[in-house]
Design a protein. Structure first.
Length: 137
């Protein structure tokens, strides 16, 4: 009986690891903000257990972006950008919309304070054009 439980436990652990790694790579395309021009642009970032999807927000031609943070996981997460003075917590199954003001150009790392040690991080880039071609650094 003990061997069967050990094998089932090992199989479940392996499946969980595969699903977690797959989840990290499901969406690697940056969330390019929309609504270029006057007013704030908008981007959506989903917070899953233990990744941001997508892991990047690109703000083209502006300094202000409205970010919809959607926690689709089972844990609370933070969206913390030290260089921009942003630190908000989002509870599981809820969404929160924030407005971020940035410089005309620059890139800042965002993290989940609770899960940054297991790789829950991304970046937000402000710039005059999409000269990066959407590629992640």
């Amino acid at each position: 009986m003990g061997r069967i439980l050990a094998r089932v436990g090992g199989a479940l652990l392996a499946i969980g690891i595969v699903l977690a790694v797959w989840d990290m790579f499901v969406e690697a395309t940056p969330a390019t903000s929309t609504g270029e021009g006057t007013g704030a642009q908008t981007a959506t970032v989903r917070m899953r257990d233990f990744v941001f999807q997508p892991p990047a927000v690109v703000v083209v031609g502006g300094r202000r972006v409205r970010i919809v943070l959607d926690d689709q996981g089972i844990h609370p997460h933070t969206f913390t950008v030290d260089g921009l003075g942003v630190d908000v917590t989002v509870q599981p199954g809820t969404s929160r919309t924030i407005t971020v003001d940035g410089p005309p150009r620059g890139q800042f790392t965002f993290i989940c304070r609770f899960h940054q040690n297991i790789g829950m991080r991304g970046f937000i880039r402000f710039g005059p054009s999409s000269d990066s071609g959407g590629a992640l650094p």
